[in-house]
Design a protein around this ligand. Structure first.
Ligand SMILES: NC(=O)c1ccc[n+]([C@@H]2O[C@H](COP(=O)([O-])OP(=O)(O)OC[C@H]3O[C@@H](n4cnc5c(N)ncnc54)[C@H](O)[C@@H]3O)[C@@H](O)[C@H]2O)c1
Length: 262
């Protein structure tokens, strides 16, 4: 079969088995919803118990799962593949903003927590997924990185260093998986202002730091547009699907054209 000729957009992922991590909130939740809307059977994983009851129908399985725990992740993947068949799509998204301290004051615990949640967990998830990945049609994977990789900021080493390592893991994985036609790519969002971390207080504080209004702060890129959840989830879905059938090992920014990234 020519895997580049799959139908696009609505229904593109019908009967495909998709796994999304960090699916209880933010980018993960919106992506899970989008994949579901495009026809996929969802395995939604999160450490937040809310994930268990978020599904609208029986094409959505929510499981409590800590992505830093090998046994939990392997059990969830094996159980879903056992009941639904081989796994087609993975969005490795769960992460945490382990920032707030410059390197001279950064404690080892925060550094190691950053590595565990923002790097090692993606290795655990990827390896577990690959044990059940579909060969035909070949599985497709997107990992959620960050604008911080290309344009790091001070005080965020425990976040941007593991995120940079994540890119290297994806590049190596692309080399290893190419012969099986399994694609793996990274999406780098800039700040997504309609997610929970960007409360009005955080926005005001951050804008004030640069002497900007909140509206100016949200649109600091060459397009002068703020990045929305939809921009990120749509990019993830396109990368997973036929639109990018000849792309692997790539990094796609969703940042409005961030000055320091360009
Ligand atoms: N929101 C942004 O502005 C932004 C910008 C760039 C990159 N990102 C990246 O996008 C991804 C999602 O971020 P978000 O803003 O949607 O965050 P969020 O906090 O809204 O969602 C993250 C989810 O991951 C879950 N999670 C955390 N630790 C987990 C663990 N050990 N096991 C399972 N689930 C766990 C949380 O419970 C939460 O539901 C992260 O990788 C983040 O680094 C976010």
């Amino acid at each position: 079969m020519d895997h580049a000729s799959r139908p696009g957009a609505d229904g593109e992922f019908e009967a495909r088995n998709a796994v999304v991590t960090g699916a209880a909130s933010g980018i993960g939740r919106a992506t899970a919803q989008e994949l579901h809307d495009r026809g996929a059977n969802l395995l939604a994983l999160d450490i937040d118990p809310a994930v268990v009851n978020q599904g609208p129908d029986d094409r959505w399985t929510g499981e409590l799962c800590d992505v830093t725990d090998v046994d939990q992740v392997e059990a969830c993947m094996a159980s879903f593949a056992g009941s639904h068949g081989p796994l087609d799509l993975l969005v490795s998204n769960a992460g945490a903003f382990t920032a707030g301290s410059t390197i001279d004051k950064l404690d080892l615990e925060t550094w190691e927590r950053g590595l565990r949640i923002n790097l090692t967990s993606h290795f655990i998830v990827l390896r577990s997924f690959l044990a059940h990945a579909n060969a035909d049609p070949p599985a497709s994977i997107v990992v959620v990185g960050s604008r911080n990789v290309a344009a790091p900021g001070p005080g965020a080493a425990a976040y941007s260093v593991p995120k940079a390592g994540l890119v290297q893991m994806v590049r190596v994985a692309a080399l290893e998986l190419g012969a099986r036609h399994i694609r793996i790519n990274v999406v780098h969002p800039d700040a997504v202002f309609d997610t929970a971390i960007w409360t009005p207080e955080v926005l005001e504080r951050s804008a004030a730091r640069y002497g900007l209004s909140v509206e100016e702060y949200k649109k600091q890129n060459v397009l002068g547009e703020s990045v929305r959840l939809w921009d990120v989830t749509n990019a993830i879905c396109l990368l997973l699907g036929a639109a990018f059938a000849r792309t692997t090992g790539a990094q796609v920014p969703v940042d409005g054209g961030h000055m320091r990234v360009i």
